[in-house]
Design a protein around this ligand. Structure first.
Ligand SMILES: N[C@@H](CCC(=O)N[C@@H](CS)C(=O)NCC(=O)O)C(=O)O
Length: 63
């Protein structure tokens, strides 16, 4: 299943969120707080630019 790393109040995240909902794709949400979560090593491995949103689908990342 697609993993969607985001923060609901992020406008950039919302664009992707709306697309996922419009396409009726199943996804699992991973909520981040942008006061430190984006700098955690596990997240930096996904996106070295420390930005949300990030999509991961079966190992394929979109940042
Ligand atoms: N190129 C990205 C930029 C996303 C972006 O700027 N995200 C902001 C939140 S809206 C962010 O994650 N900021 C956290 C940070 O800069 O550490 C996109 O357009 O999706």
């Amino acid at each position: 299943m697609i993993k969607f790393y985001h923060l609901p109040i992020s406008a950039n995240s919302r664009r992707v969120w709306i697309a996922l909902l419009e396409k009726m794709l199943a996804f699992e949400e991973v909520l981040l707080k942008l006061d430190s979560d984006q700098y955690q090593p596990e997240f930096l491995e996904l996106n070295p630019f420390h930005h949300v949103p990030v999509l991961v689908d079966d190992g394929f990342r979109v940042v």
